[in-house]
Write a protein that binds this ligand. Structure first.
Ligand code: PEP
Length: 252
């Protein structure tokens, strides 16, 4: 199955509007000769309508880092999938571990957010991953099983055709510790088989599974060489376009 590699940058709560525009413009220039890789950057909500026009017609797409599942209403401080879509943005990250850890995001919320994103025509990137304690207690697969099964509960595979999964071990995010090749290989293989059991193997072979957690220019090549790794979700190293382009052009 030919899955186009997908490299996504999560800018978290960094960069003002003008800084985001400058970074996006530089990245577009650097990406001019990128071959066969889809690139996505996720700035803050405020920067989304500013940078989306800057990347239009290029291989760089934009996405939000979160959304609220209601369409509209008295939900102070929240942003809906429709509002994100109206900026021209195509993607949304759902269930990032920082949302789960600091903002009480549950698998039930994740499921509702997935529903509203798909309904609005946004392509969801569902983040899953175990903490260090869970790994040490040998609960990694149990945790992933729950996050995937509960997150994707009640969906049909036709609704999930644009789904991207991102395996991000929590202990590797922003820590400089990358999961080793065997750990990544084992989990990605497990996740594809799990999606295969929940839906079908044909569907599982079509969706992309990204790795995230301290990805940098120095380790992207070996990560991308792993059979079931179809791309990367990059935090810190995506903030600097000169660094990020080395990850995007991992094939050189
Ligand atoms: C992330 O924010 O999803 C992430 C993987 O961060 P970092 O690359 O900085 O570890």
């Amino acid at each position: 199955m030919n899955r186009i590699p997908f490299i996504a940058g999560n800018w978290k709560m960094y960069k003002t509007g003008p800084e985001a525009v400058e970074t996006a413009e530089r990245l577009v220039t650097l990406c001019a000769d990128v071959e066969n890789v889809e690139v996505m950057i996720a700035p803050t909500f405020l920067s989304l309508p500013l940078i989306t026009p800057c990347v239009k017609g290029t291989c760089v797409k934009t996405g939000a880092q979160n959304l609220y599942f209601e369409k509209e209403g008295a939900f102070t401080g929240e942003v809906s999938a429709e509002m994100i879509r109206a900026t021209g943005s195509e993607y949304v990250i759902i269930g990032h571990s920082e949302r789960r850890q600091y903002f009480g995001e549950t698998d039930a919320n994740v499921c509702k957010k997935l529903k509203s994103s798909i309904h609005a025509g946004l392509k969801p990137i569902l983040c899953i991953g175990e903490t260090e304690i869970e790994r040490n207690e040998e609960k990694t697969f149990q945790i992933l099983d729950k996050q995937v099964s509960d997150g994707l509960k009640s969906f049909g595979s036709d609704e999930l055709k644009d789904l991207i999964l991102a395996y991000e071990p929590v202990w590797a995010i922003g820590t400089g510790k990358t999961a080793n090749i065997n750990q990544v290989e084992e989990v990605h293989q497990y996740l594809r088989a799990l999606v295969g059991r929940l839906f079908s193997m044909d569907f599982a072979c079509r969706i992309r599974i990204l790795y995230g957690g301290s990805v940098k220019p120095e380790n992207i090549r070996e990560l991308m060489n792993i059979k079931d790794v179809d791309g990367a979700l990059v935090g810190g190293a995506s903030l600097d376009p000169e660094k990020f382009i080395k990850i995007i052009k991992y094939y050189l």
